[in-house]
Design a protein around this ligand. Structure first.
Ligand SMILES: Cc1cc2nc3c(=O)[nH]c(=O)nc-3n(C[C@H](O)[C@H](O)[C@H](O)COP(=O)(O)OP(=O)(O)OC[C@H]3O[C@@H](n4cnc5c(N)ncnc54)[C@H](O)[C@@H]3O)c2cc1C
Length: 584
């Protein structure tokens, strides 16, 4: 699979109608040596967490993981997962790291979040941007868990709009002096190592921020009490305060003034950890719900025999397999050195967290009254699952990010095209060159008969021809829609959130389908069609779902009720109430 730093984004290319099949075929596998390491990790996680299975409910009620359990996590090496071997860590690839979080999430959301916040975001800045000296100073302590890490970006006035943070860092001699308050920081109460984002361009300059390493022992650092939360209650979430904290200049992470980029890179890079967690949660729920359906007898039969119960279970399997395929694919893109995976990583976060939410809700429905009782794990898993759609970028903001980032390149070509139209009179040869390149791409979308490279899959198993044709057709429709929307709105598309959301949903569906096609096709080629009949069934269901959803989203681009919906929202906003709440 020839992917590397110069590989394009699969979804950005899809917006042109181009299928970069070499990026996703054959379906990736964990390397044999890493499989061995991972098996050992999996069995030690089982050894550590199985005996605690009865404790998770109590810890959820207490709203805290006991200090003795955090020590156990440290002694099992769970804070060393992504740290280079040279600094005492396991140096897991993105694939093996994500699989490890999957295993943790099968047991308990709070435990997975505690480990994940450390490795995915807390110390990820040091891993990605740290100097050799900084790494040597902190990595060994982060690996043993002597230092647990936290990521401090959010503030009371700055959530999704991270560029609006108010925490400041002012240069004083060789030091920076930090002042400000951070909110809802995972691991805040147990961390000794903080990646902190502060403004370094003065209050007026939006977005000019810098990332700093701050440690708990520095004068002026304090943390608030554990927040009382809906879910992942046993994980530590606190405020973190910086009161005239003097941070030496050699604790700057990355470049001064480039902190926003650092924050975004950390979040992009850590996102598949969360994706792995969602897959683990779904696998656990499928086990719980199938056992429950076989044990519970109503109307003289186990409820597992009823169609409506089977319908829920079957959909859980499709959701889990599809998420797993997409998460593995993005991990592979990261592990093979691609720089262009941010959109695909965001897709796995959105799809996985929503698939987990559906699965948790349906598993609770199958358990019904039992599901509602604290004695059973369903309500806790449902509460734990809810946060995933909010943090590390809300799914709404990520949808805007997916659509706008993926369309960006098409937008640039279109802009170049319109600039060239103006320029034709000055420089006809250059102008027509650009037009004909774009026109060729467009022509290849307009008709199947135009033979142009990369508008089709060429390496899928031939028995998947029907699914392949659906994917290719939807791809052409995506490209046509992107072109149409960009021509209609130009750069004002940024404000067209209804349209962006539809495009994002189409892109999400197509990436998940592409990953699953790759997985099933590779399995068919390697094992033979007869051995993968269940996988083919999953692909049939997913292809149908994606086709129907994409078509529905496409049809709404021109035929929708957006203006009515906006008007009704405005009316409710004006009244701050439902208009028809009358007594009569
Ligand atoms: C348990 C927990 C743990 C957390 N851990 C951390 C952590 O470790 N480190 C950290 O820095 N932060 C952390 N956070 C913060 C988390 O990342 C933020 O909650 C998240 O980014 C959303 O910000 P917000 O809650 O302020 O929502 P807001 O940004 O206020 O958004 C409110 C709603 O408006 C929508 N919205 C906002 N802007 C737009 C827009 N432009 N267009 C359309 N819709 C929009 C959002 O999607 C959302 O639905 C944590 C939060 C929680 C609850």
């Amino acid at each position: 699979m020839p992917s590397n730093a110069s590989s394009p984004s699969f979804i950005s290319q899809l917006c042109f109608g181009t299928i970069e099949e070499d990026l996703i075929l054959p379906y990736p596998k964990m390397k044999p040596a890493e499989q061995e390491t991972f098996k050992a990790i999996r069995s030690s996680i089982e050894q550590l967490l199985k005996p605690h299975e009865k404790d998770f409910r109590a810890w959820d009620e207490d709203g805290e993981l006991p200090a003795s359990f955090i020590e156990e996590l440290k002694s099992f090496g769970l804070f060393s997962l992504v740290i280079p071997e040279a600094h005492g860590g396991m140096q897991l690839s993105a694939t093996a790291y994500s699989r490890t979080l999957q295993e943790l999430a099968k047991y308990d959301g709070s435990v997975a979040v505690t480990v994940g916040a450390h490795s995915s975001i807390g110390m990820r800045g040091l891993l990605l941007f740290g100097t050799d000296e900084q790494k040597a100073r902190y990595m060994p302590k982060l690996a043993t868990g002597e230092m647990i890490a936290a990521f401090c970006l959010t503030e009371p006035g700055a959530g999704s709009d991270a560029a609006s943070i108010k925490t400041t860092a002012v240069k004083d001699g060789d030091d920076w002096v930090l002042n400000g308050n951070k909110l809802w920081i995972t691991n805040g109460g147990i961390a000794q190592f903080f990646t902190v984002f502060a403004k370094t361009g003065g209050q007026a300059e939006r977005g000019n921020m810098t990332a700093f390493i701050v440690t708990r022992d520095q004068a002026g650092v304090s943390v608030g009490p554990h927040e009382d939360k809906m879910g992942i209650r046993a994980s530590s979430t606190t405020t973190v305060h910086f009161d005239n904290v003097r941070v030496p200049a050699n604790n700057v992470l990355g470049e001064v003034g480039k902190g926003f980029k650092v924050a975004m890179k950390i979040l992009n890079s850590g996102r598949t950890g969360l994706g792995g967690g969602t897959v683990g949660g779904m696998k656990k729920l499928i086990s719980l719900a199938t056992r429950q359906s076989k044990e519970r007898v109503q109307f003289g039969k186990p409820i597992a025999e009823y169609g409506l119960v089977k319908q829920k279970l079957g959909h859980m399997v499709v959701d889990c397999y599809a998420t797993e395929s997409a998460v593995n694919m993005v991990n592979h893109l990261i592990d093979s050195g691609s720089e262009e995976y941010a959109v695909e990583a965001a897709i796995t976060k959105v799809f996985g967290t929503e698939a987990l939410w559906r699965t948790a809700d349906e598993a609770l429905q199958i358990a019904a009254g039992n599901g509602f009782m604290k004695e059973f794990p369903y309500e806790r898993i449902l509460r734990d699952a809810r946060i995933n759609r909010i943090y590390e970028g809300t799914n709404d903001i990520l949808r805007l990010f997916i659509a706008l980032t993926a369309m960006n390149e098409v937008g640039s070509e279109l802009k170049e095209l319109s600039d060239s139209l103006k320029g034709i009179f000055n420089n006809p040869i250059k102008g027509f060159g650009v037009i004909s390149e774009y026109a060729m791409r467009r022509a290849s979308l307009a008709t199947d008969r135009v033979k142009r490279e990369k508008t089709k899959f060429t390496k899928l198993h031939p028995a998947l021809e029907k699914n392949q044709l659906v994917f290719e057709e939807l791809t052409r429709e995506l490209a046509t829609s992107v072109d149409r929307i960009l021509r209609k709105h130009g750069k004002n598309v940024i404000g067209k959130q209804f349209a962006s959301r539809r495009l994002a949903d189409i892109m999400i569906d197509l990436f998940v389908l592409a990953s699953t096609l790759s997985r099933v096709s590779t399995a068919m080629q390697e094992q033979g069609v007869g051995k993968v009949t269940k996988e083919i069934e999953i692909l049939e269901v997913l292809t149908g779902q994606v086709r129907r959803r994409v078509r529905s989203n496409m049809s709404k681009i021109d035929d929708n009720d957006d203006e009515f919906i906006k008007s009704l929202a405005d009316d409710a906003l004006d009244r701050e109430a439902y208009r028809w709440d009358n007594v009569d």
